[in-house]
Write a new protein. Structure first.
Length: 230
């Protein structure tokens, strides 16, 4: 039994190493606010929303996710855009697309075409501007300061409801080596210990290398597969 377990572990580690060797960059979850008990009306062309985000992991912004509700006869459509800097943003967006979901739930939007690079603590906004009826997005319930403490939801040039709400969102960054958790240029015992110390549910933390909301053996294998200079 022990020999079989060791062989399985060795093969799994080799598989993880092969996967990482095939991609120069990897997407990692950076910021997230995943509470969405409330729905917000994003279907009016005059109603513009902006959620401010403070970057926690330096790199290229790869994608964003928003949560879409089914509140009407159809799901509607809206412009979703990215502006670099803090709100309120009046400038032309660095990225814009039309979001027309086919079903409610989390919607992933690839923004790599905009080639947006951010350092830690820089800010950008996720904006929503309605096009037609029945576009509703999810967000948090009232909470002192809002559940996301590194930004606020804005509506029509001002912070919405004294900052008690936030849009439901996830942001994903492209970095060269996500297993280098402390970003010192090498994957070593310090990164291994960081994964072990964060073991369990840990949505949004850098130790959750796979971005599945939990630190577990899959993240440990990512560290082992990337061992050495990175």
């Amino acid at each position: 039994m022990g020999k079989r377990q060791l062989n399985w572990t060795a093969h799994a580690a080799l598989f993880a190493a092969a996967v990482l060797a095939c991609r120069a960059d990897a997407q990692v979850l950076d910021q997230a606010q995943t509470s969405y008990p409330y729905s917000f009306n994003g279907d009016a062309t005059w109603a513009i929303w902006q959620q401010s985000i403070t970057v926690g992991i330096a790199g290229q912004l790869a994608g964003i996710e928003i949560y879409v509700y089914d509140e009407g006869a159809s799901l509607g459509s809206a412009e979703v855009y990215i502006n670099a800097g803090s709100p309120w943003q009046y400038d032309d967006p660095e990225f814009i697309t039309i979001c027309k979901p086919t079903e409610p739930g989390w919607i992933y939007i690839d923004v790599t075409s905009a080639d947006l690079h951010f350092d830690v603590d820089e800010m950008f906004v996720i904006g929503i501007n309605g096009i037609d009826d029945d576009f509703w997005f999810g967000g948090s319930s009232p909470s002192p300061g809002g559940p996301y403490d590194r930004g606020e939801l804005w509506f029509e040039y001002t912070i919405y409801q004294d900052g008690q709400y936030d849009m439901a969102f996830r942001t994903w960054m492209l970095i060269g080596c996500p297993a280098d958790i402390n970003q010192d240029g090498v994957v070593d015992v310090l990164d291994l210990l960081a994964v072990l110390n964060a073991w369990g549910d840990c949505p949004g933390c850098p130790e959750d290398i796979t971005g599945d909301g939990v630190v577990d053996v899959l993240d440990l294998l990512e560290v082992l597969g990337s061992w050495g200079p990175c």
